[in-house]
Design a protein around this ligand. Structure first.
Ligand code: UDP
Length: 320
């Protein structure tokens, strides 16, 4: 298939693009490099440096069978400070893409959605049918895209799948010998921050909140290996049915506290990682754990690398 991967120079998009190239697809990556890295685009893919709002120029070339859409703003804190930016980039960007797809007759899309659409969940594990009450503009803008996809499927016959990621971790060693890893300029995620401290990053790790109603007072999250997550995109693409919008949670179904993650990082790296207790980070729910039963049942997806130790070990090895 000929596929467009928007945001394919980012962490998750580049792993998906690499797997698609490995699977023999013709891949075009569209990325403006606002947060991505050109050297993360797989060698076998064609790279177009442009914003997602220019998708019409690429899709107009013809022959595309589907789109995997990752290009987005994804920092919760930034979304609180600059909500307009998030609505514009995430909803506005996706609307431009969907319109370009409609004009070019491209009928399949897999969308990178998020657990942030659920906000503070009433229960765990979270089901796709649970209430969506996002607590920040990032989650709200992603939820708005989910709603838009439902309308485009119904009204324009699009085949769409939203994958609601929980916490993505690990790195991907591709068949071509390259290693794709998380490397954000502004790193907010727990595991890369902890591993940076293990490498000698100076300051201790800040643990955001130790008074949550959890086993050790720190937040519980559900970590999924980026290679497993990427594989789910291939299954989702194959499963896209015209006129239908499917939504699936993607996690491993097991929760780990922040302290447990840090302990695993200590074991894997052999470093005594210093921590300091910090205030709660605004908008952090106490517990986010996915039920991924639906995608397991309908798309036969199963995490192969569900162990947190393997995710941390892969991320650590990727740092070289
Ligand atoms: N966290 C932390 N210190 C950090 C980064 C994150 O204590 O330097 C906590 C954060 O408050 C949350 C969990 O680790 O409870 C996971 O945060 P992350 O940003 O990795 O993912 P999120 O769950 O926000 O998508």
């Amino acid at each position: 298939m000929k596929l467009l991967v928007t945001g394919g120079a980012g962490y998750i998009g580049s792993v998906v693009a690499a797997q698609l190239v490995e699977a023999g697809h013709e891949v075009v990556v569209l990325d403006d490099l606002s947060t991505g890295h050109e050297d993360a685009v797989p060698a076998g893919a064609t790279f177009v440096r442009a914003p997602v709002t220019d998708a019409a120029g690429v899709l107009g070339g013809g022959g595309f069978d589907g789109v995997l859409h990752f290009a987005a703003k994804s920092l919760v804190g930034e979304s609180m400070a600059r909500p307009g930016l998030y609505w514009d980039a995430n909803l506005g960007g996706t609307l431009a893409l969907l319109e370009a797809m409609r004009v070019a007759g491209v009928r399949r899309i897999v969308f990178s959605s998020t657990a942030a659409v659920y906000g503070e969940p009433e229960r765990t594990p979270i089901l796709e049918t649970d209430p969506t009450l996002p607590t920040n503009p990032y989650g709200a803008s992603k939820l708005a895209v989910d709603t838009t996809l439902t309308a485009f499927a119904r009204m324009h016959g699009l085949g769409a799948t939203s994958l609601r990621y929980f916490n993505v971790a690990g790195a991907y060693a591709a068949a071509d010998g390259r290693v794709y890893r998380e490397r954000h300029t502004v790193e907010t995620h727990l595991i890369p921050n902890v591993l940076a401290v293990a490498r000698g990053g100076g300051k201790p790790v800040s643990v955001f909140g130790t008074d949550y109603p959890t086993s050790d007072g720190t937040c519980v999250r559900d970590y999924v290996h980026v290679a497993d997550l990427a594989r789910a995109h291939q299954l989702a693409l194959a499963g896209c049915a015209e006129g239908t919008h499917r939504i699936y949670n993607l996690g491993s179904g097991t929760g780990f506290t922040v302290q447990e993650v840090i302990s695993v990082c200590r074991e894997v790296t052999g470093h005594d990682i210093p921590v300091v207790t910090d205030a709660r980070r605004p908008g952090d729910p106490a517990v986010l754990v996915a039920s991924s039963e639906l995608i397991q049942k309908e798309l036969a997806w199963k995490p192969d690398r569900a162990s947190l130790r393997e995710m941390v070990a892969d991320a650590w090895a990727a740092l070289g």
